[in-house]
Design a protein around this ligand. Structure first.
Ligand SMILES: *Cc1c(COP(=O)(O)O)cnc(C)c1O
Length: 365
């Protein structure tokens, strides 16, 4: 008998992305009837006791894992990180005010575009001139002390860059798009006004957006804002103003339990650091592979690299797919290769890629 485990290939997709095998197995085991409930999670009412237990348990595990302070609310929304590009300014950027944006890639640019529809935007720093190969140093960031908030992208999925420090914004609320590295390492939530993340990279299947917002920011929205776009409405209704994404919330809870069981964020950071370290060591071993990101900004979630020619890059993408290493072709705006190795990506898959890289270099170097 072939089991799912033996037929699964190595999935380097940037998102939606790999989930822990034991989470998938639990979903499969309980899909027809949730224990003690007798119905599938796909069938239960979002106002049932069964779902109450799921969403409350999910929030409790999030709080425990992220050590989220009491004065922060956790919201389970839809519309992806992309809707947050609009909701953040709609709720937090007052008429006549201005917001600071740090631009480190295409996602940040998209956030700027939506914010400009709402109000004034100040580009506090940008690494566009360097093809987004790094994030800025503190001295390169020009913040406006009067800004309504400062927005940045913690991990730049497309370029494979990541912030390894938290920008100091003084008293101005810091807003983070953490879609591609949320809960990949410990986070001091108290440094942020708002953290958002599409869940489909590190936490859950697609369809769920996580928002963690400091309570005092809930009252900033202008009156007349559409109900569904209003953070306070979702907070007051415990994310049940309308039907939340029941299934992704359920799966996220299983992913959080998996993280907790394996030692929480300190432990996963260690694993992520080791996994990424193996790939960067291979990239740096000879001159054949070239990292896209500068070493101080290298991401532990998305490892981007080039080969000596585009022809070889195409061959690498094709041959690696044939070898059971899927999704390594880089984003079209950067080219080259990208290995997305989120929390749930098994270390054995990293080892397999390193081995493939060595063989590929031997044959083509
Ligand atoms: C994937 C991604 C997005 C877009 O997320 P959606 O949920 O598809 O809207 C935004 N920001 C970052 C950093 C991402 O990685």
């Amino acid at each position: 008998m072939t089991t799912a485990a033996t037929t699964r290939i190595h999935n380097f997709s940037a998102g939606p992305a790999v989930l822990p095998l034991e989470v998938l197995e639990a979903v499969q085991r309980d899909l027809i009837a949730l224990p003690g409930v007798g119905m599938s999670v796909l069938e239960v009412s979002h106002r049932s006791a069964a779902f109450d237990e799921i969403i409350e348990g999910c929030e409790a595990d999030l709080r425990k894992l992220g050590n989220i302070p009491e004065n922060y609310r956790v919201l389970f929304l839809q519309g992806g990180a992309s809707l947050q590009f609009s909701m953040v300014p709609m709720n937090l950027l007052p008429e006549g005010g201005s917001a600071d944006y740090i631009v480190t890639g295409v996602w940040a640019e998209k956030a700027v575009k939506e914010a400009k529809r709402v109000g004034a935007v100040n580009i506090a720093a940008s690494t566009a001139a360097e093809k987004f190969t790094r994030v800025p140093q503190p001295a390169e960031i020009t913040l406006d002390p009067q800004a309504a908030y400062v927005h940045f992208t913690t991990n730049n999925t497309i370029y494979g860059t990541q912030w390894h420090y938290t920008p100091d914004t003084g008293g101005v609320p810091l807003v983070a798009d953490a879609s591609s590295d949320i809960f990949s390492r410990p986070i001091d939530v108290a440094k942020y006004g708002l953290i958002y993340a599409g869940a489909q990279k590190n936490l859950a299947p697609a369809g769920l957006t996580l928002v963690i917002i400091r309570e005092d920011l809930l009252s900033r929205a202008p009156s007349g804002l559409a109900t569904m776009l209003h953070y306070a409405v979702h907070a007051e209704n415990k994310s049940l103003y309308n039907t939340p994404p029941v299934f992704p919330v359920y799966v996220m809870r299983l992913v959080l339990a998996w993280l907790l069981k394996n030692g929480g964020l300190e432990a996963i950071e260690e694993v992520n650091s080791r996994k990424a370290g193996k790939l960067y060591a291979e990239i740096d071993r000879t001159g054949f592979y070239r990292g896209h990101a500068t070493p101080d900004s290298r991401s532990r979630m998305n490892v981007t690299f080039r080969l000596p020619s585009e022809e070889l890059e195409k061959k690498f993408a094709k041959d690696s797919t044939a070898a059971g290493l899927d999704g390594l072709k880089g984003h079209r705006s950067v080219g080259g290769l990208r290995a997305s190795i989120y929390n749930a990506f098994p270390e054995a898959g990293v080892d397999a890629l390193v081995q493939f890289m060595q063989e590929f270099e031997r044959r083509n170097g």
